[in-house]
Design a protein around this ligand. Structure first.
Ligand code: XMP
Length: 193
């Protein structure tokens, strides 16, 4: 794996994003809507940098299946959303790749009578957009590589990394989650030391 963004760079980027959001949103409560699961680390760091009343909610979106690194069908689950009527809303996602997830979620949130809906992503991949919209706030522009860490996963692994790393082909073929003991279990053996 090749580190693209260190935890120090991420931390500085979140501070900049929080300042941009603060300069843009109206004073008063802000409803932050995070997109599970990839945005959890970003959301938790971002909201602690925001001043003023923040209401937090999460939605779920998935467009990747079975460890594939190419997008598939988009599934959305919005049942945890509170009433957004009249609220200032900030949709927060991990990465803007084709943009289809953000486009679909923005349409859903805009249909709920919010006063204003803005969008923020940590990462935007170069040359991949398939939609006309752009996120309002972008942490970092990155090349067209598959990335993991800081909430982003491949096949459920590597979300816990404190940095963002580009996945190399060898990492993709190794499906084992990190820290798993590869030794087979012998049922006749006694307890392990
Ligand atoms: P779209 O194409 O709809 O994709 O903009 C957004 C969602 O796809 C996932 N995604 C990635 N996840 N590394 C990941 O771990 C990547 O490089 C990557 N590219 C896209 C992610 O869930 C994002 O919300």
């Amino acid at each position: 794996m090749r580190v693209l963004l260190t935890s120090e760079q991420l931390s500085a980027g979140i501070a900049r994003l929080a300042a941009e959001v603060a300069a843009d949103v109206a004073p008063g409560p802000l409803t932050v809507v995070g997109v599970l699961t990839g945005s959890i680390v970003l959301v938790s760091d971002l909201i602690r940098r925001l001043e003023g009343p923040v209401r937090l909610s999460m939605v779920w979106a998935s467009s990747y299946r079975d460890g594939a690194t190419t997008p598939g069908r988009l599934d959305l689950r919005l049942d945890l959303l509170p009433d957004l009527g009249g609220h200032d809303v900030l949709l927060v996602d991990d990465i803007f790749d084709t943009g289809r997830t953000l486009e679909a979620l923005m349409a859903e949130l805009r249909g709920r009578d919010a006063a204003r809906v803005r969008s923020l992503v940590l990462l935007r991949k170069a040359g991949r957009a398939e939609v006309a919209i752009e996120p309002d706030f972008v942490g970092f522009d990155i090349p067209d590589v598959f990335v993991v860490g800081y909430g982003l996963d491949h096949d459920g692994a590597w979300r816990h990394l404190p940095h963002v790393a580009a996945l190399e082909p060898a990492d993709i073929h190794d499906k084992r989650p990190p820290h798993v003991d590869p030794a087979p279990i012998d049922p006749d053996a006694g307890p392990r030391p």
